[in-house]
Design a protein around this ligand. Sequence first.
Ligand code: C2E
Ligand code: MG
Ligand code: MG
Ligand code: MG
Length: 285
Amino acid sequence: QAKQRGRNTFLFYLPQMNDQAVQRLRLEAQLRNALERGEFLLHYQPKVNVATGEISGFEALLRWLHPERGMVPPLEFISILEDTGLIVPVGEWVLRTVCRQLAAWKAQGLVPRPVAINLSARQFQERGLDEVVRAIVAEEGGDPALLEFELTESMLMADADAATRTLAALKAYGVRLSVDDFGTGYSSLSYLKRFPLDALKIDRSFMRDVTTDSNDASIALAIIRLAHSLRLDVVAEGVETADQLQFLRSHDCDQMQGFFFSRPLPVADCTRALREGRRLAGQPG
Ligand code: C2E
Ligand code: MG
Ligand code: MG
Ligand code: MG
């Protein structure tokens, strides 16, 4: 009886939640067609070498251009892609699109910079990820050395044996591997010696108050030292001010990413930045 009534009760007592559920179902249905309709695109956020001020690479960030709503932020749709498994074909599209973009920049005579791609847990758990990556990069005539995959701590911890195999295979192929949002996951630090990683990205929650909160400063500094003593590169995320940049400079952080230098940009703006050799102001040389 309660079960029979359940649906109506739910509708009656939780109208807001129901709206959310309906909205989610609507988005899900639209996402199922978004790939074939060509509604996805990538923006690229420059990463900057802190010491030289030059663009050292990019991070590819997925955007959905919804026919009525315009640009939908990833927070609103990535989890739906993950829950439905759609992230697997969409993730393959991201990799292919990045390979094509690298080829286009090369064809325009621009010095190629590595591009980082975010992997979702779902993709990472998929069997044969490394083979899919090899196949796509080979089909597109891409160079694995110009690709980097960003993973999160929870992905690495979830199934450490499977992660070890997948990461070893990707590493052997020649792609770079980094840990995204470092410091926010379950940090059993032992995984740092177990996996063939190249870089740690300091989560932007530590950057926000790094110049005013001594705890955040201590954590950021500890991550920089930890990375360097493990011979890993370290990238600060979410750098929005000159003071934050100064902190990173004085503590030898390798790379930075954030609105202070640039928001994620449409391709044309990245191409222009590369062509003009855009760099951080106030750098020596
Ligand atoms: P993330 O990988 O940690 O990406 C960094 C996010 O921080 C981006 O948000 C970027 O726009 C934002 N950001 C960069 N600099 C600053 C800054 O100075 N201040 C502030 N407040 N924010 C900054 P975005 O593009 O909304 O992406 C959110 C998340 O969605 C990403 O976090 C990533 O986890 C996920 N995502 C994006 N693209 C993909 C994709 O192609 N595949 C998968 N699996 N996940 C993706
Ligand atoms: Mg990322
Ligand atoms: Mg990040
Ligand atoms: Mg983050």
